[in-house]
Write a protein that binds this ligand. Structure first.
Ligand SMILES: Nc1ncnc2c1ncn2[C@@H]1O[C@H](COP(=O)(O)OP(=O)(O)OP(=O)(O)O)[C@@H](O)[C@H]1O
Ligand SMILES: [Mg+2]
Length: 227
C-alpha cells in the first residue's frame, strides 16, 4: 500500500542477562500509515520500549525487517543511518536523555545544529511557550523537574518536523493539563502536518487521542482497536 510509511515484519529480540535469556519480542508485525497516530499499550515488561527502539532505528532486531519511508533500515551503513535518523525521525525517550552540559534551549536546538541548520528563534520560542517551558530556557537538565525535562525532550523531538515521531511514555511525568497539551500537539502534528506518531503509553486517556491502539502482550502484538 503506497501510504504505508512504516512497515516492520517478524521482529524478534532476545536479551541475554547472565545465564538468562529474555525473549522480549516475538515475531512482531506492524504497519503504520503516513499521518496516522498509533498508541501502543501493554503491561510493564511486555516489550513496548524494545519495539519502539527497533522501529525508531535505535536498536537492531535479531530477526525481521524495518522499512521506513521506503528505506530498508538493515541495508543502511552506520553513516547513512545516522543521517536518515536526523532527517526523518524524532524520538522521545522514556528517560529523556537530555545532555547535561547543555541548557534546555541548547538541548532543543541540538538536532538542528547537528544537521547544519539555523534555529528559527521565533519557532523555538513558540514551541517552548506552548509546552510551558519558556522559563526553563537557560537552565541545565539537573536544575529541571522530571516533567520539565520531559517537555524539553518533546520540544527537541518536534523541532525538526520529523516525518515519524516515536514517543516512549511522553507524558509519564506530566500533570493532567500538560499531558493534554502534549496530546493535542501530537494530534495536530498528525492531522495537520501529516506527521506519523507511534506512542507508547500506560495512560488510557492519552491512548484515546490516537487513531488506533495496539496492545502488546509478552512480546507480540495481540490486539488492535481503531478509534
Ligand atoms: N538491556 C536489556 N537487557 C536485558 N533485558 C532487558 C533489557 N531491556 C529490556 N529487557 C527486558 O525485556 C523485556 C521487555 O522490556 P521493555 O523495556 O521493552 O518493556 P516495556 O514494555 O517497555 O516496560 P515498561 O512499561 O516498564 O517500560 C523485560 O522483561 C525487560 O526486563
Ligand atoms: Mg518501556
Amino acid at each position: 500500500m503506497e501510504d504505508i510509511i512504516l512497515c516492520a515484519k517478524g521482529i524478534s529480540k532476545t536479551y541475554t542477562a547472565g545465564q538468562v535469556k529474555i525473549n522480549a519480542l516475538n515475531k512482531c508485525d506492524i504497519e503504520v500509515r503516513k499521518g496516522e497516530f498509533t498508541a501502543i499499550v501493554g503491561k510493564s515488561g511486555s516489550g513496548k520500549s524494545t519495539l519502539l527502539r527497533i522501529l525508531g532505528t535505535l536498536d537492531k532486531p535479531d530477526e525481521g525487517s524495518v522499512n521506513i519511508a521506503g528505506k530498508e533500515i538493515e541495508n543502511l551503513k552506520n553513516s547513512e543511518l545516522a543521517q536518515f535518523r536526523r532527517t526523518h525521525i524524532g524520538y522521545i525517550y522514556q528517560d529523556y536523555k537530555l545532555i547535561s552540559e547543555y541548557t534546555a534551549y541548547e538541548n532543543i536546538i541540538l538536532p538542528l545544529i547537528l544537521d547544519g541548520e539555523d534555529a528559527d528563534e521565533e519557532e523555538v520560542s513558540e514551541l517552548m511557550d506552548s509546552l510551558g517551558i519558556d522559563y526553563c530556557r537557560e537552565k541545565f537538565p539537573a536544575q529541571l523537574s522530571g516533567g520539565e525535562q520531559q517537555r524539553v525532550a518533546i520540544a527537541r523531538a518536534l523541532i525538526t518536523h520529523p516525518a515519524v515521531i516515536f514517543a516512549d511514555e511522553p507524558t509519564g511525568n506530566l500533570d493532567v493539563a500538560s499531558a493534554e497539551t502534549v496530546a493535542r500537539m501530537l494530534t495536530l502534528a498528525a492531522s495537520k502536518y501529516q506527521q506519523t506518531i507511534v506512542m507508547v503509553t500506560h495512560d488510557r486517556q492519552m491512548a484515546e487521542y490516537a487513531d488506533r491502539i495496539l496492545t502488546i502482550t509478552d512480546g507480540s502484538v495481540t490486539g488492535g482497536v481503531v478509534l
